[in-house]
Ligand binder design. Structure first.
Ligand code: AMP
Ligand code: TRP
Length: 326
């Protein structure tokens, strides 16, 4: 039996190269060796206000991105979260065994809620419980995510262990899979902050749909640190980030990258980095237009059917252990 992986992304805003290198790239690689489920988590998106038409569009667009990046519906189950009602049902159950203090400690909640707890939506607080439900419904072994999700995954493990202790072995305890390089790609304008969909300045991110000109311009504007050597150096976060991007899009080793740029400066490095990213994104950008709505909708429908079959077994077990069903 293959081990199972589960991961998901929100259909909110445009995906950037951080999403690709921190998550999607690994999802594609892992689908060969694992029994994989990849979800479009639209119920997570509504923790912040969304325009309904845009959300509908973004949901299909994200499915297109998954397919163009190389997720293969004949090997992986690709589906939309709201098509499988068990996610919301299990989230309710888990919210009853999650502690308020645990949720209030989540850094993403603190960041997004900006300390304004009087007015902030409750969904922003309980978001990690829904995420735990996503994962636990499928008896997941491994969850490939970027560094920003590590804390949510630890909470998921705590919740699962608590349930198992109180009601008997029910859930498999999932492990995070966080890549060594690329788990936290930084903003091009501020290497202390992660590249983020919600960044108001588009020049900090390379979007998967950016054209060649835009990519070159953004890298030329990218901030640099003092010093001129093109090397990996913990104390120089800007060059570290740019060189990591170069390494991941070219599939070179860190050493090969450093040797390649020895004796060269930013004047040569930046255009070469831009070119490498443009080439990396080219096949993806060509493919992404080829999936029409009907084709994508059919794939999602099939995915949802397969996912529901697995999810229903787990939820039934949970309900029966708790005395909800006889
Ligand atoms: P999201 O679009 O926020 O749902 O994130 C989708 C995936 O991309 C998650 O696994 C995140 O951990 C990952 N991710 C988001 N931002 C970055 C980043 N700047 N660097 C690396 N991975 C990221
Ligand atoms: N919270 C994740 C993010 O913002 C998305 C997500 C929801 C997820 N459910 C998940 C990721 C389950 C992995 C597994 O990136």
């Amino acid at each position: 039996m293959k081990k199972r992986i589960f991961s998901g992304a929100q259909p909110t805003g445009k995906l950037h190269i951080g999403n690709y290198l921190g998550a999607l790239k690994n999802w594609v690689a892992l689908q060969d060796d694992y029994d994989a489920l990849y979800c479009i988590v639209n119920l997570h998106s509504i923790t912040l206000p969304q325009n309904p038409d845009e959300l509908r569009r973004n949901t299909l667009d994200l499915a297109r991105v998954y397919l163009a990046a190389g997720l293969d519906p004949s090997r992986s189950i690709i589906f939309v979260q709201s098509d499988v009602p068990q996610h919301a049902e299990l989230a309710w159950v888990l919210s009853c065994i999650t502690r308020l203090g645990e949720l209030e400690r989540m850094t993403q909640f603190k960041d997004k809620g900006k300390g304004n707890t009087e007015r902030v939506g409750v969904g922003l607080l309980t978001y990690p419980v829904l995420m735990a439900a996503d994962i636990l419904l499928y008896q997941t072994d491994l969850v490939p995510v970027g560094q920003d999700q590590k804390q949510h995954l630890e909470l998921c493990r705590d919740i699962a262990e608590r349930f198992n202790r109180d009601f008997g072995e029910t859930f498999r305890i999932p492990d995070p899979y966080i890549p060594k390089a690329g788990a936290s790609i930084k903003s091009l304008l501020d290497p202390e902050r992660k590249m983020s969909k919600s960044d108001e300045n588009a020049n900090g991110s390379i979007f998967l749909t950016d054209d060649a000109d835009t990519i070159l311009k953004k890298f030329k504007r990218a901030v640099t640190d003092s010093g001129t050597a093109i090397t990996f150096d913990e104390s120089r976060p800007a060059i570290n980030n740019l060189l990591t991007i170069y390494q991941l899009v070219t599939d070179k080793t860190a050493e090969e990258c450093v040797v390649h740029f020895e004796g060269k400066g930013y004047g040569q490095f930046k255009p070469e980095l831009a070119e490498a990213v443009i080439e990396f994104l080219r096949p993806f950008q060509e493919k992404v237009q080829h999936f029409d709505d009907e084709h994508v909708t059919n794939i999602l429908k099939e995915g949802a059917e397969k996912a529901r079959a697995i999810a229903a077994v787990t939820l039934q077990d949970v309900y029966s252990r708790m005395g909800i069903t006889r």
